[in-house]
Design a protein around this ligand. Structure first.
Ligand SMILES: NC(=O)c1ccc[n+]([C@@H]2O[C@H](COP(=O)([O-])OP(=O)(O)OC[C@H]3O[C@@H](n4cnc5c(N)ncnc54)[C@H](OP(=O)(O)O)[C@@H]3O)[C@@H](O)[C@H]2O)c1
Length: 297
């Protein structure tokens, strides 16, 4: 994730573009994997929070491509319909239900309707999240509450509604945390606190429900090219070329190892691998997929 200095760095990168500097990205993700023929999640019901964009959307599309029946939420209805259509046009099964993860009634309804439609939940990816970058003393109490309500309360509300439908049927929950649980960046105090809280939820649930056939794990993505970091850097309205150049430049000095940000589908691929039947011994783990970001101390 981008820290407080990042916006400045990225703005500098954008200025570099207009100044004609060579700003090609440090590297590119490999071509999209071919899912054809891999049906690891055939007929499984996969529930995802926050799949109207970014990592959640990529995961929804990838799970559906491997045979899952995907039910997902987010607040932006037009995007929800778009993701649903994309999956259906590709031959997959998807259902979008508008829900705000901060709202208990929304989440209870989301889970109730998913179970009514599909008969249960095999895997839940509790992924919805937001971020902002500000020094601690400038964070408003309402801003703090909104972030914690989305990132922590939203996961708690989701888990408490999902778990009763998952016990004794061999389910899994995967929570999207962050590379930031293993370090800090100036400006990300509220975000760090929320993502570390998720590690506590994951580990506790992993112990509480292992005896009932439910495994719980977390994924900790490194910087990933989604709306979240583009918005945080102030590049939502900038041309894609400017954004690509800026994030490429930022990655060279901020992403040790691969020196590039992840494509959402690369994080989605890791989530699918964590969820695959081969990973039956994975429980209570926070899995880092960060290109080498945390390897450098
Ligand atoms: N991008 C990164 O570098 C990075 C790194 C580590 C971890 N993560 C985590 O990855 C997760 C996904 O983020 P992303 O990077 O893919 O960003 P994104 O493209 O902004 O996606 C965030 C998703 O969360 C949903 N969401 C936000 N608030 C919500 C709410 N109150 N109720 C329901 N859905 C809500 C959004 O949908 P609506 O706006 O339609 O509601 C959207 O689908 C987050 O938990 C984030 O913290 C991201």
């Amino acid at each position: 994730m981008l820290g407080a200095a990042a916006a400045g760095t990225l703005a500098g990168a954008a200025i570099g573009i207009t100044g004609g500097m060579a700003l090609a990205g440090a590297g590119r993700p490999p071509a999209a994997p071919v899912f054809e023929g891999r049906r690891r999640f055939a007929d499984q019901v996969v529930m995802i929070t926050g799949a109207t964009s970014g990592i959640g959307r990529a995961a929804a599309e990838a799970f559906a491509a491997e045979g899952a029946r995907v039910v997902f939420c987010g607040r932006r209805e037009a995007l929800g319909a778009q993701v649903e259509n994309t999956i259906r046009e590709a031959g997959g099964e998807a259902l979008y239900i508008r829900a705000d993860v901060r709202e208990k009634d929304d989440i209870d309804d989301f889970v109730r309707r998913a179970v009514a439609q599909f008969g249960g939940i095999d895997l839940a990816l509790n992924n919805a999240g937001i971020s902002f970058s500000k020094p601690l003393h400038e964070i408003g109490a309402d801003e703090w509450d909104d972030l914690q309500d989305t990132n922590v309360r939203g996961v708690f509300l989701s888990m408490r509604a999902q778990i009763p439908h998952m016990l004794d049927r061999g389910g899994q929950i995967i929570v999207t945390s962050s590379v930031n649980i293993d370090g800090a960046r100036p400006g990300l105090g509220a975000y760090n606190a929320s993502k570390r809280a998720l590690a506590g939820l994951v580990q506790t649930a992993a112990l509480e429900y292992a005896g009932r056939g439910l495994r719980v794990n977390g994924i900790c993505p490194g910087a990933t090219d989604t709306e979240m970091i583009r918005r945080q850097a102030g590049f939502m309205d900038a041309p894609d070329a400017a954004w690509n150049a800026a994030i490429g430049l930022w990655s060279r000095s901020n992403v040790s190892g691969l020196q590039r940000v992840a494509a959402p589908r690369e994080i989605a691929a890791a989530i699918l691998n964590m969820a695959s039947p081969d990973m039956s011994y994975l429980n209570g783990s926070m899995i880092f997929v960060d290109g080498g970001m945390t390897a450098s101390l």
